[in-house]
Design a protein around this ligand. Structure first.
Ligand code: HXC
Length: 501
């Protein structure tokens, strides 16, 4: 047994392991060692072998067949893991490797624990043909079955191609390693043959491409170790499954901590920006904010924090970037985040300072209507506790979409600096008083501002529950979350909604 075990643990052999290390990458087992609590990993299927006889493959059998699978704990909480071994046929997916991955996914769903996949794979095992494709199909089906039931996290730790990217794409979050991990449906060679384009792996599907342009990935880390430690921090925010609540982490941060800096953070000029990240960090426990997709659609912030030790999902317009406007990318980013929080019992706190949806042909012709609707749909569908704080602008459709009272938000607060209106004063006046002199327009604009550039019109209609001192925001949120802990909403019977995908 010991001899067999030692041989299996060697993977593709020393030469390939050395080559792997030389690229700055850890092996499949070294990665699990960092990801999981010391000594907690229990492996299964170490002796599984492939069943391929084409291309003389029966002479080339490596126990474990390119994936290390099993379970372990992260800060004491159970997780199921698979870690693909690039030293074995480039981590490519055989029928038997797929069976191993499916086995731990099934187990995770049965007991209610997250699945973390460390992906390092050249895609379908070419020698196995359709058997390998069938294996991917089985994994995809389980990704979908598990969606909304257990958290699924993918870490991309090498060159991942073909099926090796579609399964991660169906999971909840994707983390990548800079200059070392790539995701593409087809690699640079195929691209060159088919389209004639010359492109490097990095340009085609590196961490920068996927965390800035495509938003396929949520975060990029400097190296394997940083990525794995990042996952450890991250899962601490999440519940084990949709049947559980997120874990509670003791916090020394007073729940009613006042921060008088917030009273002056909003500049007096409506066109002057300020950093909403500072507001978020002031509100959450110990200023810890785990941001998702910080480099994509930076005009909206999404991420996790804690209040009184309990996880909250934060969505916040960021006036520092494009005045916090909602565009296609921001809408998609926030909609998916809201949907995740709702699926996993994580209350949503939204900070609003939004001048509206971004106008222009680029946005319209790429479908801002449908993409903006995603955000409205996700917020309206979410039945978890929802608390909204309007810090400054909440104009037009963006006012409604950003977790307004009308989308069944539970508590809607506004700072005294809030301006809730159909649009900005000048734009509104130029439409309703078209033809007025310049002086007349200026006069009407002042009147409009006096009348509407405040939160009290909305508050007089009950759309804002209370206008609050900015310094008391954390206290209000903490109290609100306590009250909403047992919130229950009866949903209409249906199979599922039809979010505008
Ligand atoms: C079998 C594979 C393999 C594969 C790599 N290897 N990919 N074996 N099936 N798909 C093997 C190589 O033969 C080699 O074996 C070892 O893994 C390392 O590969 P290298 O090419 O030397 O490594 P590197 O230069 O780092 O390039 C990595 C790579 C490249 C970019 C992943 O190997 C590559 O392009 N592979 C093919 C990718 C691909 O087209 N996959 C099929 C996609 S179709 P030795 O013995 O030399 O160590 C697909 C269908 C599913 O996945 C679609 C579902 C929607």
């Amino acid at each position: 047994m010991e001899r067999r075990r030692a041989a299996a643990e060697l993977g593709g052999g020393q030469r390939r392991t050395d080559a792997h290390h030389a690229k700055g990458r850890l092996t499949a087992r070294e990665r699990l060692h960092i990801l999981l609590d010391e000594g907690s990993f229990e492996e299964v299927d170490l002796y599984v072998e492939h069943n391929c006889v084409d291309f003389d493959m029966q002479r080339n059998v490596i126990p474990g067949d390119g994936a290390v699978t099993g379970s372990g704990t992260i800060n004491g909480r159970l997780v199921y893991v698979f870690s693909q071994d690039f030293t074995v046929f480039g981590g490519s997916l055989s029928e038997r490797q797929a069976q191993k991955i499916c086995k731990i996914m099934d187990m995770a769903m049965r007991v209610g624990a997250p699945v973390i996949g460390l992906n390092d794979s050249g895609g379908a095992r070419i020698q196995e043909g359709v058997s390998s494709l069938a294996g991917y199909g089985e994994i995809f089906q389980r990704n979908v079955d598990a969606s909304g039931v257990i958290p699924q996290i993918s870490v991309i730790m090498g060159p991942c191609a073909g099926g090796a990217v579609y399964s991660p794409a169906m999971t909840d979050f994707i983390f990548m390693v800079e200059d070392s991990s790539y995701m593409f449906v087809t690699g640079p060679d195929v691209v060159k043959t088919v389209t004639g384009e010359q492109v490097t792996q990095e340009q085609l599907g590196g961490a920068v491409t996927h965390t800035t342009k495509t938003s396929v990935a949520d975060l990029a880390f400097r190296d394997d170790i940083e990525a794995l430690l990042g996952v450890r921090d991250f899962v601490d925010y999440l519940p084990q499954s949709n049947r559980d609540q997120p874990p509670v982490r003791p916090s020394a941060d007073p729940w009613d901590r006042k921060d008088f800096g917030l009273d002056t953070i909003v500049p007096s000029s409506p066109t002057q920006p300020y950093d909403m990240r500072e507001v978020v960090q002031t509100i959450v426990d110990e200023a810890e904010f785990f941001e998702i997709q910080p480099k994509h659609a930076a005009n909206i912030l999404c991420g996790f924090g804690r209040v009184e030790g309990r996880t909250v999902g934060i969505v916040a317009n960021q006036p520092l970037v494009m005045a916090g406007v909602l565009d296609i990318n921001a809408s998609k980013k926030a909609a998916r985040f809201v949907a995740f929080c709702d699926a996993f019992n994580i209350p949503i706190v939204s900070f609003v300072d939004v001048p509206g949806f971004l106008p222009g042909t680029a946005q319209e012709h790429n479908g801002i209507i449908k993409h903006g609707a995603k955000l409205a749909f996700a917020y309206a569908e979410a039945t978890v506790p929802k608390i909204t704080i309007i810090t400054r602008k909440a104009y037009g459709g963006a006012y409604i979409v950003m977790a307004s009272k009308h989308l069944r938000c539970d508590l809607n607060y506004a700072w005294p600096t809030a301006e809730i209106a159909v649009m900005g004063a000048k734009g509104a006046v130029e439409i309703i008083f078209r033809g007025e002199t310049e002086a007349g327009i200026a006069e009407r604009t002042r009147e409009y501002e006096d009348r509407f550039a405040n939160p009290f019109v909305a508050a007089s209609k009950g759309f804002i529950d209370e206008v609050i001192h900015p310094h008391s925001t954390r206290r209000r949120i903490a109290l609100g979350l306590r009250k909403l802990r047992n919130k229950q909403v009866e949903s209409r019977r249906k199979k599922h909604g039809n979010i505008p995908l």
